[in-house]
Design a protein around this ligand. Structure first.
Ligand SMILES: NC(=O)c1ccc[n+]([C@@H]2O[C@H](COP(=O)([O-])OP(=O)(O)OC[C@H]3O[C@@H](n4cnc5c(N)ncnc54)[C@H](O)[C@@H]3O)[C@@H](O)[C@H]2O)c1
Length: 475
């Protein structure tokens, strides 16, 4: 029998990233009776979480710094002392990264579980009392089996229960999502100990989430549901993006089509906005993972079905980049192109898999001079993202990529403006002034359909918008 108290008072979270940080901050804020230790192997990240200046937190999320300000030092702590934090906790969350494997078996598709495995081994090594171990990371179905195997071979008499509790927050709205989740999903072993562990975690969330929104399932349903949720969300984006290409050819307007179909209650209106393609650390890797798992079970048709969601996403990114090159007479040599946005979506500083990286890469291949303004992304991050692709050497990237702090500077003397991220501030710029300072004809490629196209055309811009026919630009 597992020996854990009915009411948990001490938890630890391994991984202080985009999920671990905000999730634990909210748990600490909502549960002042629980001590929450967030640990990470990355010393810099932990010191940023502990920074006196809350503008230096490693994660930007609206509302996050207020939550950290309230709970940090009271019952929320960030530390690199992983062993001590695990040892003292009754419940340990694993919130480490689970990227796509870049080597060996499953390279390019399967999830790399090395961080999960090392966390599980660390727990097994240092735990001196019984613990509930919670998979918060997104992992392939059946991972709990591997974690259990590691934990059950310690020979030190410590008992563990493994739960699956995937996180559904969206970056940019993480705090709102954590405060008011559509649902909380908890999967566990259907045994007496397993059910006891599930209830212990339910009791934590029940401090602020209605109990009828807390779903209890078997562990495999919970693990799989997270991958499926992300696959369905990404599929909607690829669906509308595929239609955006058809709209441009036919004169239909993708926003009008999205509204018309979204009012059908069976379809719903959310996640139907055409864009330069989805980015973020999750959608691509989770679909690749689903594809890999399906193939592993011999389900070729299922794998191919989901693979196409990714194909359309790549198609959309490169289609957008091609439009820019084509409009500028098939050569970008010595031409300044301004990027508005580098983050994969607004209200986050996360750039992982952002469409901006691939679009910049394609334009730089054509010798375009890319000037980037993003309100939250560090300039060094942009170089790291581009260098990671290894398309050309680091010095050449430095020569063509120019991050700037002022959007007007980015657009001054530019041939074209590419709207990559949907930051609200872009709508309110002085577009007359921008037009006056650009090379003519002045192009705008609105990759998010957020600007007032009618007004921009009146000013004199040639506007190319996704999913909208244009008389002026080859599409
Ligand atoms: N980012 C999202 O929007 C989101 C949403 C839902 C779920 N997820 C999932 O949550 C998981 C974490 O994602 P993230 O975006 O927070 O990743 P992240 O890269 O921002 O954070 C992971 C952290 O874990 C740390 N880490 C890795 N191995 C460690 C170890 N052995 N000991 C201590 N720390 C270790 C890393 O240093 C890093 O700081 C992933 O599985 C992801 O798929 C992410």
């Amino acid at each position: 029998m597992i020996n854990i108290p009915d009411k948990i008072t001490s938890i630890c979270c391994i991984g202080a990233g985009y999920v671990g940080g905000p999730t634990m901050a909210v748990i600490a804020q909502k549960c002042p009776h629980i001590k929450v230790m967030v640990v990470d192997i990355n010393k810099d990240k932990i010191s940023q979480w502990n920074d006196e200046n809350l503008d230096h937190l490693p994660v930007y999320e609206p509302g996050l710094k207020e939550v950290v300000a309230e709970a940090r030092g009271r019952n929320l702590f960030f530390s690199t002392d992983i062993d001590k934090a695990i040892d003292e906790a009754q419940m340990v969350f694993m919130s480490v990264n689970t990227p796509t494997k870049t080597y060996g078996k499953g390279k390019g598709q399967a999830a790399d579980l090395k961080y999960i495995e090392s966390s599980a081994r660390k727990i097994a090594e240092v735990a001196k009392s019984d613990k509930i171990v919670v998979e918060k990371s997104t992992i392939p179905i059946k991972t709990a089996q591997a974690v259990r195997k590691i934990l059950s071979n310690t020979e030190n008499g410590v008992n563990f229960q493994v739960l699956s509790n995937p996180e559904f927050l969206a970056e940019g709205t993480a705090i709102r999502d954590l405060y008011n989740p559509d649902r909380v999903l908890i999967g566990g072993e259907q045994s007496e100990d397993g059910l006891k562990a599930i209830e212990a975690l339910v009791d934590i969330y029940a401090n602020w989430v209605q109990r009828d929104k807390i779903l209890k399932t078997n562990i495999w349903s919970s693990e799989l549901s997270k991958l499926v949720a992300n696959a369905f969300l990404a599929q909607r984006i690829s669906s509308i993006n595929s239609i955006s290409a058809l709209c441009e050819k036919t004169g239909a307007d993708v926003d009008e089509v999205a509204k018309a179909i979204g009012m059908d209650s069976r379809i719903g209106s959310k996640f139907l906005k055409a864009s330069v393609g989805f980015g973020g650390s999750c959608f691509q890797k989770d679909i690749l993972n689903l594809v890999y798992i399906s193939r592993t079970y011999g389900l070729t048709e299922v794998a191919e079905y989901w693979e196409n969601v990714l194909k359309i996403n790549d198609y959309q990114k490169f289609r957008y980049a091609d439009k820019i090159i084509e409009a500028l007479n098939n050569t970008l040599s010595d031409k300044k192109i301004a990027f508005l946005g580098w983050a994969f979506k607004k209200n986050t500083n996360d750039t992982r898999e952002s469409a901006a990286i691939y679009i910049a890469d394609t334009l730089i291949e054509d010798k375009g001079e890319i000037y980037v303004y993003d309100p939250k992304v560090a300039h060094s991050r942009m170089f790291e993202d581009l260098n990671y692709l290894e398309t050309r050497n680091v010095e050449i990237n430095k020569r063509y990529l120019h991050p700037v702090n002022d959007p007007y500077e980015a657009m001054k003397g530019a041939y074209a403006v590419a709207v990559i991220t949907e930051w609200d501030e872009f709508r309110d710029y002085d577009w007359e002034k921008i037009y006056d300072n650009m090379i003519k004809p002045a192009y705008i490629f609105d990759g998010r359909n957020i600007l007032d196209h009618k007004r921009l055309k009146e000013i004199g811009f040639i506007v190319s918008a996704l999913g909208k026919a244009s008389d002026d630009i080859p599409i």
